[in-house]
Design a protein around this ligand. Structure first.
Ligand code: GLU
Ligand code: MG
Length: 442
């Protein structure tokens, strides 16, 4: 049987007319090229060529030709178009004309670090918790200033509108093969969280990217807007993307983090992995929390981390070890990422940091189990903190060799350059706060 015959038969059976070939740029925005289904056999055999020069973080003009190679495992019919102009999406890997994975492709970056882990005998699995706000558009259709859709609080029972929306969101995510495990109202007004089943990190990154664009679309179709901005409102909780992480042994499939004999249930591998992430927490922060706005979330008092620390019960810690009900579910939750990150790059640097801890056999510092926000100044001064703002995060990232190697020099430099421009633009802004604070007195 020709290599793609079974796949093409499935596409025909689904009545697909168009294929969206998707990939992401360095900031994690979904890019796509649509092809009519009659072009699919050719695309599967030879890829689809495109000009990468206009895409954020991609090639220079002189080396702009790239081609997309679809990953057939990512096949899904877009649920909102099923039956009409039935369209399926395929997430693609990006290649250069000489057949090499393109070094500016975030998916290729993650695949490379995952391969390093595999060479050490490990599979990296992740499960993110994406938080988001539902906003009511203003009379003119804009969402500035943002207005939360409701005033519900943590775990409040949903209204009919929100209940219906959540069921629609769940059905949509399931159509993409994403297994939803829980939905609930979060702490802030209009804030929600939907958790989906963990998987290997590449699949999870695909799912997180899909989650964002699918939920935005469903909200919009229902007259609302979904936002993953880390901190839309001063004085209310922000949007986190906590990531549960574990390594399993490639050879046996067993959890490599579990050691029931240890007080925290953690193996040496897990301890070194955590130590590695603590050591690179500052250096990788710009990738995990990439916006100027991200640092308005990483402040005391809103269950977002500030201090570089780890613990079990403590939700102000950067790394939390949730109680595992069986050894196989032993995992470590990193709490600084927010849902504005590029999940491919985020998982790549997180894994690289953990592997660095394992390679160097870094010792695990003592756990912090107190509420870190309540520490007196003399105690908290002893704990290092995450960067206070994007410019500081970029400065420390520039010095972190492990983060550089994980992203590869091309993407590392492009990322820093793009984000420095963003910071410089922000620095020029005269904000409302400054006017209100200073204008009356100066
Ligand atoms: N919204 C909080 C954050 O910004 C997290 C709340 C929670 O623990 O789920 O990280
Ligand atoms: Mg939450």
């Amino acid at each position: 049987m020709p290599p793609h015959e079974a796949f093409l038969a499935r596409v025909a059976q689904d009545g697909v007319k168009f294929i969206d070939l998707q990939f992401t740029d360095i900031v994690g925005a979904v890019k796509s090229v649509a092809i009519p289904v009659n072009q699919l056999p050719e695309a599967l055999d030879h890829g689809v060529w495109f000009d990468g020069s206009s895409i954020e973080g991609f090639a220079r003009i002189a080396e702009s030709d790239m081609y997309l190679v679809p990953d057939l495992n990512s096949y899904a019919v877009l649920p909102w178009l099923a039956g009409k102009d039935t369209t399926a999406r395929l997430i693609c890997n990006v290649y250069t004309p000489n057949g090499q994975p393109f070094i500016g492709d975030p998916r290729a970056v993650l695949a490379r670090v995952l391969a390093e882990a595999e060479a050490m005998g490990f599979i990296f699995e992740t499960g993110p918790e994406l938080e988001f706000f539902l906003l009511k558009p203003n009379a003119d259709g804009s969402i500035i200033p943002p207005v939360p859709q409701d005033t519900a609080g943590y775990f409040d029972q949903p209204t009919d509108l929100v209940g219906g929306l959540r069921r629609e969101m769940t059905a949509t995510l399931e159509a993409f093969g994403i297994v939803v495990e829980a939905l609930h109202a979060e702490v802030a007004h209009g804030q929600h969280e939907i958790d989906f089943r963990y998987s290997d990190a590449l699949r999870t990154a695909d799912n997180a990217v899909t989650f964002r664009f699918a939920l935005k679309l469903i909200a919009q179709q229902n007259g609302l807007r979904a936002t993953f901005l880390p901190k839309p409102f001063r004085g209310m909780a922000g949007n986190g993307m906590h990531v549960h992480q574990s390594l399993k042994y490639k050879a046996t499939g067993h959890n490599a983090f579990a050691d029931p004999g240890d007080a925290y249930g953690l193996s040496r591998i897990a301890q070194q992995f955590i130590a590695g992430q603590l050591a690179h927490a500052r250096g990788m922060c710009a990738v995990l929390a990439p916006l100027v706005n991200s640092y308005k979330r990483l402040v005391a008092g809103y269950e977002a981390p500030v201090y570089i620390s780890w613990g079990r019960i403590n939700r102000s810690a950067l790394l939390r070890v949730p109680r595992a009900h069986r050894p196989e579910s032993t995992r470590v939750e990193l709490r600084c990422p927010d849902p504005s990150c590029n999940p491919y790059l985020a998982f790549a640097v997180m894994l690289a940091a953990g592997l660095d801890g394992i390679r160097r056999e870094l010792p695990l510092p003592a756990a912090s189990e107190e509420n870190l926000y309540l520490l007196d100044n003399s105690r908290s001064a002893a704990l290092p903190t995450l960067p206070a703002a994007l410019d500081e995060a970029l400065e420390v990232m520039a010095e972190d060799q492990v983060v550089r190697d994980a992203l590869g020099p091309h993407l590392f430099e492009r990322f820093l350059a793009a984000k420095r421009l963003e910071w410089d633009d922000y620095r020029l802004e005269v904000t409302q706060w400054e006017l209100e604070k200073y204008l009356p007195n100066y």
